[in-house]
Ligand binder design. Structure first.
Ligand SMILES: *Cc1c(COP(=O)(O)O)cnc(C)c1O
Length: 340
């Protein structure tokens, strides 16, 4: 199988397996797991934040962040196609009791003016605006990098209106590698950040949230409430350290494979996409002659897995377990299906 569904399907490396086996551990609910502490220090350092916290998943990281920033009945400004709005099972409504003000962005980014207009004035009729969220890279916008200047402009609005800004950086290191802006540069435009260890960085489990020390202390309580307080979690943190130390630079390879794939897909009949829009490891294409169901099913029977991304849309996601040869083989099969 050539699995292009998601960069979450990546298997841990041999070095990660070794690190898990050899990890020094303790009870992390007591704050006594040295490996978890080392991961959190490393992540905080890389993101330029005071402190960090290991969480079970990106969704838990975003939800702990929303719970820590917001009170029930308040409003969160985010992008309409964001992961928090589309793919977290309504968690923010179910758990934090917040409502969303979803702004339509351009390639995943709403403007500072849109954000400013969406911030509620003080009025007893209105839900107080409690948080602004950004996502970088932006998944549904095809792995688009939100440019630093756009983040800075939104952050200025947030700062002026005294509203915290949370960055869903599930793929922040993809943005860093693609743009040359270090992760901490993007993170500097946010009060709190979530990064995934288990996507392109290939660790088996986990995400990290980072932010001010007091805020992390409160987030730790929310993580406990959600059942995310783990015991000898060093076995999870150890491959996370390997991920942050050794798996970031190689993301460039995934980006090159995605671009290679996009350039060749663009020449095929029945598919519409702009290869120049492919900045990282995600390729989104529109089907013009068949439904996404048909396309995904016929590819599956030929050994290629891709994700349905809408009635006529599909997503191809490159990652460390996909070689250039896999891409070439997938392209050949896709071509046969489109032409038959
Ligand atoms: C995958 C993803 C998440 C959530 O991560 P999980 O570990 O799958 O819960 C959050 N935000 C974005 C943008 C993602 O792509």
């Amino acid at each position: 199988m050539i699995d292009l569904r998601s960069d979450t399907v990546t298997k841990p490396t041999a070095a990660m397996r070794r690190a898990m086996r050899e990890a020094e551990v303790g009870d992390d609910v007591y704050g006594e797991d040295p490996t978890v502490n080392r991961l959190q220090e490393l992540a905080a350092e890389m993101l330029g934040k005071e402190d960090a916290l290991l969480v079970t998943s990106g969704t838990q990281g975003n939800q702990v962040s929303i719970l820590t920033h917001c009170r029930p009945g308040s409003e969160v400004i985010l992008e309409a196609e964001s992961h928090i709005n589309c793919y977290e099972a309504g968690a923010a409504a179910a758990l934090a009791g917040v409502q969303f003000c979803a702004l339509q962005g351009e390639r995943g980014a709403f403007s500072a003016a849109q954000a400013a207009a969406a911030v509620r004035e003080e009025n007893i009729h209105y839900p107080p605006t409690a948080l602004i969220c950004l996502e970088n890279t932006h998944n549904r916008a095809g792995g688009a990098v939100i440019p630093l200047e756009k983040m800075e402009a939104v952050y200025r609005v947030a700062h002026e209106r005294k509203i915290p800004l949370h960055l869903d950086g599930a793929r922040l290191f993809n943005a860093a590698v693609a743009s040359g802006v270090p992760a901490r540069g993007f993170a500097a435009c946010a009060d709190t950040v979530q990064i995934c260890l288990s996507k392109g960085l290939a660790a088996p489990v986990g995400s990290v949230i980072a932010g001010p020390r007091d805020w992390i202390k409160e987030a730790r309580r929310w993580r406990k409430r959600l059942g995310g307080g783990m015991r000898q979690a060093g076995v999870i943190a150890a491959p996370g350290i390997v991920a942050l130390q050794t798996m970031v630079e190689r993301l460039a390879e995934d980006h090159a494979n995605a671009r290679y794939m996009a350039e060749r897909l663009a020449g095929l009949p029945g598919l519409r996409l702009d290869p120049a829009a492919v900045e990282t490891n995600i390729v989104v294409a529109e089907l013009t002659n068949m439904t996404a169901f048909q396309f995904v099913d016929s590819l599956k029977t030929r050994g290629v897995l891709v994700t349905r991304f809408g009635p006529q849309k599909v997503r191809f996601n490159t990652h460390k377990d996909i070689s250039r040869r896999d891409v070439a083989r997938a392209l050949k099969i896709i071509k046969e299906i489109l032409i038959s």
